[in-house]
Design a protein around this ligand. Structure first.
Ligand SMILES: Cc1cc2nc3c(=O)[nH]c(=O)nc-3n(C[C@H](O)[C@H](O)[C@H](O)COP(=O)(O)O)c2cc1C
Length: 199
C-alpha cells in the first residue's frame, strides 16, 4: 500500500530563531541523583496551572513522587514498560499526568481534556527547562496497572508519565541508549506542515 503522506525532508537545524527554552528542551535519559528542591517541584505544577484550557476547565491532574517516597515512586516506576524503566529508574521525580474527562460545570464529556493536558505538560516542561531540569514524557506504560495501583477513578484518564531530574552522565546508560542520547534530533521542515494556502 502507498504511504498516506509522501516522505518529507527532515532536518536537525533550527530553520528560524526561537526562544532559548524551546531550543534547549530535550527528552534525555541520563539523570543525576541530585534531588529536586520542593519549591521547584511546586513551580512545575504552578506552570501547568496557568496553561490555557477549553472553557477554563483546567482538566489536568497529577500524581507525583520523589525517590524519598519510595512506595509511591515505585508504583509509578513499576507501571512503566521495561524499555523505559531501565533509564527512568534513575529519575528523582516521576509524575503521572491525567485528564479529567468530564466538565465540572455540567457533567458533560470534555472533548478538549487531552488537548489541554498536553498544553499543561508543555508549560510544565518549559518551567523545568528554565530550572535546568530534564523532562522525558512517556506513553510506554501499563495504564491498567497504573489505574489499579494508584487508585485512579473512572473520571480520570491517565496520560503520560514524566521522568524529571537534573542531567546525569550519559556514559552510565546502556550502550544502545548512549548512542541515542548523543544523536542529533530531527524534525520535519516547516514546508511539511505550515500552509499559507488551502490544504
Ligand atoms: C505523548 C508522548 C509519549 C512518549 N513516549 C515515550 C516513551 O514511552 N519512551 C521514550 O523513550 N520517549 C517517549 N517520548 C519522547 C519522544 O520520543 C520525544 O519527545 C521525541 O523523540 C522528540 O525528542 P525531543 O523531545 O528530545 O525533542 C514520548 C513523547 C510524547 C510527547
Amino acid at each position: 500500500m502507498e504511504p498516506l503522506v509522501a516522505p518529507m525532508q527532515k532536518s536537525n537545524q533550527f530553520e528560524f530563531p526561537i526562544t532559548d527554552l524551546i531550543e534547549q528542551r530535550r527528552s534525555r535519559r541520563a539523570y543525576s541523583s541530585q534531588p529536586i528542591e520542593q519549591e521547584k517541584i511546586d513551580s512545575l505544577f504552578e506552570a501547568a496551572r496557568w496553561a490555557p484550557s477549553s472553557m477554563n476547565e483546567q482538566p489536568w491532574a497529577y500524581i507525583y513522587a520523589t525517590k524519598d517516597q519510595p512506595e509511591l515512586w515505585n508504583k509509578l516506576l513499576e507501571a512503566l514498560n521495561e524499555s523505559n524503566r531501565v533509564w527512568a529508574k534513575e529519575a528523582p521525580l516521576l509524575i503521572l499526568s491525567m485528564a479529567r474527562k468530564i466538565h465540572i460545570r455540567n457533567g458533560a464529556v470534555n472533548g478538549a481534556a487531552k488537548y489541554d493536558v498536553g498544553a499543561a505538560n508543555a508549560f510544565l516542561s518549559m518551567q523545568a527547562t528554565h530550572f535546568g531540569l530534564n523532562v522525558h514524557q512517556m506513553g510506554g506504560y501499563d495504564r491498567q496497572k497504573a489505574i489499579e495501583s494508584l487508585n485512579i477513578p473512572e473520571t480520570h484518564e491517565p496520560m503520560v508519565i514524566m521522568a524529571i531530574g537534573y542531567l546525569g552522565d550519559a556514559e552510565n546508560l546502556p550502550e544502545n541508549l548512549k548512542q541515542r542520547e548523543a544523536a542529533p534530533r530531527e524534525r520535519y521542515t516547516q514546508e511539511f506542515f505550515v500552509m499559507n494556502k488551502p490544504f
